[in-house]
Design a protein around this ligand. Structure first.
Ligand SMILES: [Zn+2]
Length: 387
């Protein structure tokens, strides 16, 4: 057993549910880590002896960010599509097919290297847990490959065969639905914890409420937890379907009705907000502060993907949520840690409490407020405690 005491912490944010915004923020604290887990938190002056000491020099320490929505297994580049969108071309989900073609053409080793680089890029910005979806393969073989590679970097893997209807099935959607709820699901399930669906009647490429229900019910029967892409391009059925089926999370929530908010407040489904997508598609931002006032559990994630948000940065997402969605800096940090952990039904990450994973993120700043105050400045990184 090896232990390390993390000392010299300016502000310690634990997200343990106490204090302002549930941040459990305190000064003068130290954290003792044993074998990768938090063993003790308390005043530095009372810290028990440890094998090693790491002094962070007055910096703030937070739970590592939990990025609960990311599409990291893809090849190719869609910078031209982004430029066209900024010049006025609307987004309709059709560009996903471009990434499907490049991803199918890539070798395992090419995809593995791209995935590893993206995970490293996230860690360098303070993210210590990431969910990774398939969805750029859309054949049995290519979806299984994406999940198999994702499993090499995270336990939070999500089968998203129902990302779009691939071009070769455009004339026979029912046949693709049979595949994605049948043989493809059966092959993918051993590599996945979750099933997800792009429920979006406003896109001809995505899935209707009835189709999405079939995907989710089949996934649940295969033993997977449920997640939904919903209400991204306009008002729609995704949120209510997610709540009705007890999904862990419904993601995007860009367009919410009063009934959607009521359903979320009454249910157990977390509303995961992805402000990098509103930024990258020039869409209106949902009112996160109003969701909190209504009693909805919220999370923040990047949706890092080659089309609608090619940013891996949780600090960027936090800054957007503060500036554009009405959250306080503390509420945004909570949503990006404990909130997103909840959307993954995890209580061992996203909080610094005894027994939780010792995933610590350190800021080159004295407090969590600087994440949004110093937007765009690379102040956050995962703390490496290996000797
Ligand atoms: Zn997504």
């Amino acid at each position: 057993m090896s232990s390390v005491v993390v000392a010299g912490i300016g502000e310690l944010v634990t997200c343990d549910g106490t204090g302002t915004d549930g941040l459990g923020a305190r000064s003068g604290a130290a954290v003792v880590v044993e074998d990768g887990l938090v063993a003790w938190i308390g005043p530095q002056s009372a810290a028990p002896a440890a094998d090693r000491r790491v002094d962070v020099g007055g910096r703030a320490v937070l739970p590592g960010f939990v990025d609960s929505h990311a599409h990291l297994v893809f090849a190719g580049d869609r910078g031209d599509e982004f430029a066209a969108r900024m010049a006025g071309t609307p987004y309709d989900g059709g560009g996903i097919g471009v990434s499907v073609a490049s991803t199918r053409a890539a070798t395992d080793d090419e995809l593995r290297a791209l995935l590893a680089a993206r995970v490293a890029e996230m860690r360098a910005q303070g993210t210590t847990t990431v969910e990774v979806k398939s969805g750029y393969g859309l054949t049995v073989e290519d979806e299984v490959r994406a999940l198999r590679l994702a499993r090499e970097v995270t336990q939070e893997t999500t089968f998203l065969g129902a990302h779009v209807v691939p071009a070769e099935y455009a004339a026979d959607r029912a046949a693709y639905l049979d595949l994605v709820t049948g043989p493809m699901l059966a092959a993918a399930a051993p590599y996945a914890r979750w099933v997800d669906v792009f429920c979006e009647p406003h896109s001809a490429h995505a899935f209707t409420a009835e189709e999405a229900r079939a995907v989710l019910v089949a996934g649940r029967e295969a033993g997977l937890g449920l997640r939904v892409h919903g209400n991204q391009l306009g008002p729609g059925p995704g949120v209510q379907l997610a709540v009705e089926l007890g999904a862990a999370s419904v993601d995007h929530c860009t367009y919410l009705s009063g009934a959607d908010v009521d359903a979320l407040a009454a249910g157990t489904t977390v509303a995961t907000l992805l402000p990098g997508v509103e930024f990258s598609t020039r869409s209106p931002y949902p009112d996160a502060a109003a969701l909190l006032r209504a009693g909805v559990d919220i999370a923040l994630a990047t949706d890092c993907n080659p089309g609608t948000c090619y940013s891996s940065s949780m600090p960027f997402v936090i800054a957007l949520a503060v500036r554009e969605m009405g959250l306080t800096p503390g509420q945004a940090v909570h949503a990006a840690t404990a909130g997103s952990a909840r959307s993954l039904r995890r209580d061992d990450v996203g909080r610094l409490v005894v027994g939780a994973r010792a995933d610590l993120t350190v800021l080159d700043a004295p407090s969590h407020v600087h994440l949004s105050y110093r937007a765009g400045v690379p102040i956050a990184r995962a703390l490496d405690l290996r000797a």
